[in-house]
Each structure stands twice: as structure tokens, then as C-alpha cells.
Design a protein around this ligand. Structure first.
Ligand SMILES: [Zn+2]
Length: 294
């Protein structure tokens, strides 16, 4: 009898191993060409290897505040597409690099980029980099697209449990899709887990994030053309799991001819970067003063 049980156990283990191997083989065939190897690593459950941390630029003084700038999309995820073949992932990278350069030129804060090349990162890896670096501010940069040619201008988003309106919800859903590859949810969490993540401390962070968003609008006046409703709240995954102040800027609509030519113009990008850099520096100076108070 014991022998027979043992045989069943051995057969069971063998079947489990064979099933796992078959799934692995199927997954490797399902992976389209061009997806970097780290996609597989991302899909692993908790305990998977973390991606390396990016370089920190700027003042060597580690007590200086740190901002992490996230160029949206990248790698096999192109983001939105413009009429003239522009891809959001390329626009976000040029804007992120311009913003980094503006901040480094001022020399007041330290800067790290989640990516400085065309690579894919899962949404939670982006915020994860900021958390692991103990950043003081996280800013994700995107460029929107709309079927309406009238949609123009930049919008600053901060986290909300629910979008402030239906349009904000739709934008969040579109951006959040980047975390689903081949039907496998890479970084998403269930609504109940998300609800837990949005804790009391995050409410405080939301207030700080909104203060930063207001500064972006103030510093951008006359330099950045904003959407008619430029400050919104939406449920972006990239902002959701954070316990640090964070915002997402849709710098403009690549579906709009005017916005698309502005985004492609290095002069406009410099103005945009200068305005956002001022907002970052003012925000971090205020926060540092506040946290130094008893
Ligand atoms: Zn985007």
C-alpha cells in the first residue's frame, strides 16, 4: 500500500514538473520578437530579481533632494502615435532628458531617470525605482493622443481613487494598459489591494502632489500651453503604489498638429523643461524647509 502511494506521489510530482515546463515553453514561444529579456523577469512573482538602479546626477551632496523623472513607455510599448509617425515613447524620452539637463544646469537638486534609452519598464518598476532611491519627488512624463483634433495643451495629473472625470479615467486606462503584455498582468494589483495601498499616508502625499501640480501650472504660465482643464486627478498605476509625492504630466497631444510641432521643437522643449524644473526646485525647497522645522 505504501509503495502504491509513493508511486502516485512520484507520478504527481512528475506531472507538475512537466506542466510547469510546458507552460514555460509556451510562454517563451508566445513572447513576440523584440521584447527585452527583462519582461520574463518582471512576470515572475515577488522575490524576482529587481532591476538595477539608475545613476544619480547632480550635486554630490546626498542630503540634496532627489527627483526621479520617468519617461513614459519605451521598448516594445510605443505609447500613443501621432499623425506624422511620432511615437510617444520617443517624445517622452526627449522631454525627460531636457528636464534633467535643465535641473542639472541649475545644480540645486539631484536627478535620476527611470530610463535614458529606449527600453521597456513595467509601471511598478518605474515607481519602484523612485521608492528604492528614496526620492523626494516622482514625475512621469507622457504625451497624450485624442481622436478630437481640438484637444490641445498640457495636463498635470495627480493620483485619485477615482478619476476626476470620464476623460481622466479614459487616459488612466490607456496608460495603465502598458502593464499588460500577452494578457499577463505584469505589475497590476487587484482593486482591494489597491484600496489598501491608498492609505492615510498616501492622502498626505496626494496633498503634496497637488501642491506640486499647482506649481507646474504657475511656473508654466506663458511658457507651456495648457489644456483648458489642466489639473486633474486620475487612477494612474504609475502613481498609485507610491508613498512619495508624484505627478504625471501629459505634455501635449501628439494628435494635435500644433502640439505635435511644439513637442518636436527643441526650443519649446527647453521652455517646457525650464518651467517644470522651476516648479520642481520651488516644491523641493519648500518641502525641505518644512521638514526641517520642529
Ligand atoms: Zn503615455
Amino acid at each position: 500500500m505504501r509503495g502504491r502511494v509513493l508511486i502516485w506521489v512520484v507520478l504527481g510530482v512528475a506531472l507538475a514538473v512537466m506542466t510547469a515546463a510546458a507552460i514555460l515553453v509556451a510562454l517563451s514561444f508566445a513572447k513576440p520578437a523584440g521584447i527585452p529579456a527583462n519582461v520574463i523577469r518582471i512576470a515572475l512573482p515577488s522575490g524576482a530579481a529587481q532591476i538595477g538602479l539608475p545613476r544619480i546626477d547632480g550635486p554630490a551632496d546626498a542630503s540634496r533632494p532627489l527627483v526621479v523623472i520617468d519617461a513614459g513607455h519605451g521598448g516594445h510599448d510605443p505609447g500613443a502615435s501621432g499623425q506624422r509617425g511620432q511615437r510617444e515613447k520617443a517624445i517622452t524620452l526627449t522631454l525627460a532628458l531636457a528636464l534633467r539637463d535643465a535641473l542639472l544646469a541649475d545644480g540645486r537638486v539631484r536627478v535620476a531617470l527611470t530610463r535614458d534609452n529606449d527600453r521597456f519598464l513595467a509601471l511598478e518598476e518605474r515607481s519602484g525605482i523612485a521608492r528604492r532611491l528614496k526620492a523626494d519627488l516622482f514625475l512621469s512624463i507622457h504625451a497624450d493622443a485624442s481622436e478630437s483634433p481640438d484637444a490641445t495643451g498640457a495636463t498635470v495629473y495627480t493620483l485619485s481613487d477615482r478619476g476626476s472625470d470620464a476623460i481622466a479615467d479614459a487616459v488612466a486606462r490607456r496608460e495603465n494598459k502598458a502593464d499588460t503584455v500577452n494578457g499577463v498582468e505584469l505589475g497590476g494589483k487587484s482593486d482591494s489591494v489597491t484600496a489598501i495601498l491608498v492609505s492615510l499616508s498616501q492622502r498626505e502625499m496626494r496633498e503634496r502632489s497637488k501642491a506640486f501640480a499647482a506649481l507646474v501650472l504657475r511656473e508654466g504660465q506663458g511658457k507651456v500651453r495648457f489644456h483648458t482643464d489642466p489639473e486633474r486627478e486620475a487612477a494612474f498605476v504609475v502613481l498609485k503604489s507610491l508613498d512619495l509625492p508624484s505627478a504625471l504630466i501629459e505634455a501635449g497631444y501628439i494628435s494635435s498638429p500644433d502640439d505635435a510641432s511644439a513637442l518636436a521643437n527643441p526650443g519649446w522643449r527647453k521652455d517646457f523643461a525650464g518651467a517644470v524644473a522651476s516648479a520642481i526646485e520651488i516644491y523641493l525647497a519648500r518641502t525641505n524647509v518644512a521638514s526641517a522645522l520642529p
